[in-house]
Design a protein around this ligand. Structure first.
Ligand SMILES: Cc1cc2nc3c(=O)[nH]c(=O)nc-3n(C[C@H](O)[C@H](O)[C@H](O)COP(=O)(O)OP(=O)(O)OC[C@H]3O[C@@H](n4cnc5c(N)ncnc54)[C@H](O)[C@@H]3O)c2cc1C
Length: 468
């Protein structure tokens, strides 16, 4: 490792998931040097794709929302433009399972009026939202369930907002903090006094080119021809030679108070020993892996709550069928259970509808999610019990005959961090630790948002912080 001059920062990044790769790319673009230490054999972290018997299986994220020009620019820079698959228009249709039946969630004001999913009382309650008084900002103590009930009423929580919490976080709306898990909704109320008014206003602003200059007027859900793994692989091609240290075990990460620099030593594959001095260290491992890092006790003590953030288990069972076995047209993004619905599933995606070539010809695929904060035990069922119970439900809901011709199970023991009530004090610890130990940055998906887009944009924010 060479000595840096004053302007050029020398940064060590721990973890080669989307957060680590994006941070390295933006840092190098800004003229800094960055290396990534990854203890696994592969890059991409939670982004994992496999192709089995003609079925493309996403073990982690199934798609990426492109709603910011900077995400689109990164995809172009990685020369992934020709690889991009934009989700089928059917993706706009999302089904809610309510009282054992699939019902399309309204996607326009007109369909909202005509839908049978919501009662007349719920619809009129929804229309009152713009006139509801705003509540003063809290420090993160209002749950998402309380927030939605307060602004929109209980039915919207049970049949729309609650199911989406399962789809995004596999979380529990009674425990997630609105301020920390859904900061943009929180801000809409704070800045505009109403979610609906705020949404309409920000749509108008985007059209007029006002507000966030990066925000795209048309949001797109995308994947890549060879699946989501194309994204980390594409970003890796943009990194300078010698950036990635795979299969590397860190021996120590220590801060020298005198020089204000970070000293790291490591053991690479083939047993090579290395060490280096860095201005900054970015930790992008999941929070529950922080205690595995050879950090000084003083640092771990300073962020003692962070490794204990809740990461519920999730299982994803991908099932394949002959098209003729499935009566339902699967003409949507997927289905999510209304709160209170008796089901072992959190919901399911319809990958072969969303993107082409996800299943062999004349076959379809359904990716079922189980577990999460409310029903973690469902992610831990035996594979045979899980398949039997899913099939029981799918036969009823989608009119499926016979057994799946393909199945693939992925289990995430600790899947997605939950920004639950109380998260604010873990965040405060992180901020204080970063002040006490200049140059350390906690930047996994437990900070700044869990979506892939958030993880990418966090790399930009962090580069700006480090550059300043
Ligand atoms: C089942 C599932 C479905 C999802 N679906 C979507 C979706 O459809 N759309 C979406 O936008 N998001 C989705 N997400 C969320 C998104 O995938 C993640 O938030 C994101 O990929 C996290 O990236 P990361 O780089 O922060 O962390 P990770 O991907 O966890 O990467 C961390 C890296 O650190 C490495 N590491 C760990 N310990 C060490 C160590 N001691 N030394 C060195 N390296 C170490 C790991 O090996 C890993 O490579 C989903 C997540 C899951 C689990």
């Amino acid at each position: 490792m060479t000595e840096q001059n004053k302007e050029r920062k020398h940064v060590a990044i721990i973890g080669a998931g989307i957060s680590g790769l994006s941070a390295a790319y933006y840092l190098q673009q800004a003229g800094h040097s960055a290396v990534i230490f990854e203890n696994g054999k592969r890059i991409g972290g939670a982004i994992q794709t496999s192709l089995k018997d003609g079925y493309l299986c996403e073990h982690g994220p199934n798609s990426l929302m492109v709603n910011d020009q900077r995400i689109a620019d990164l995809i172009e820079a990685a020369q992934l433009g020709p690889e991009v698959l934009v989700a089928n228009k059917a993706a706009n249709k999302r089904f809610i399972v309510h009282e054992g039946k699939l019902q399309a969630l309204p996607s326009s004001p007109l369909s909202l009026l005509s839908t049978k999913l919501f009662s007349f009382k719920a619809k009129s309650r929804l229309l009152k939202e713009p006139f509801m008084a705003k509540r003063a900002a809290d420090a993160g103590s209002e749950s998402f369930a309380d927030f939605i009930r307060r602004r929109f009423g209980p039915e919207i929580l049970d049949k729309a907002a609650g199911p989406f919490v399962s789809g995004i976080y596999a979380g529990d709306p009674n425990r997630l903090s609105t301020r920390h898990a859904f900061p943009s909704l929180f801000e809409l109320e704070q800045n505009h006094g109403s979610i609906l008014k705020g949404l309409i206003k920000s749509k108008r602003e985007i059209k007029k080119g006002k507000g966030n200059p990066h925000r795209l007027a048309k949001r797109e859900i995308i994947s890549f021809k060879e699946g989501m793994e194309a994204l980390p692989k594409g970003i890796a091609t943009l990194l300078e030679d010698g950036t990635l240290f795979l299969e590397t075990k860190l021996g120590g990460i220590s801060f020298n108070k005198k020089t204000q620099r970070w000293h790291i030593d490591w053991k690479g594959k083939n047993g090579t020993i290395g060490q280096g001095s860095f201005s900054d260290v970015i930790l992008t491992t999941p929070a529950h892996k922080l205690e595995d890092l050879p950090l000084e006790d003083e640092i771990l003590d300073a962020v003692s709550q962070v490794p204990h953030l809740d990461y519920p288990p999730v299982a994803a069972m991908m099932l394949g069928f002959n098209r003729s076995q499935v009566k339902h047209p699967l003409d949507g993004f997927g289905m999510l259970n209304a709160l209170g619905e008796k089901s072992k599933m959190l919901g399911a995606l319809f990958p072969s509808t969303l993107f082409p070539d996800r299943a062999p010809q004349d076959h379809v695929s359904i990716n079922v999610m189980l577990g999460g904060s409310r029903t973690p035990e469902h992610a831990k069922m035996s594979e045979s019990a899980m398949k039997a119970s899913i099939m029981d439900e799918l036969r009823r809901l989608l009119g499926i005959e016979g057994n799946p011709v393909f199945s693939n199970l992925v289990r995430w023991e600790k899947a997605i961090p939950q920004m639950n009530i109380g998260y604010g004090s873990a965040l405060k610890q992180i901020e204080q630790c970063e002040k006490k130990f200049p140059g350390i940055h906690f930047q996994g998906n437990y900070r700044g948002g869990i979506s892939l887009g958030d993880c990418i944009l966090s790399g930009i924010t962090l580069t700006e912080k480090i550059s300043s």
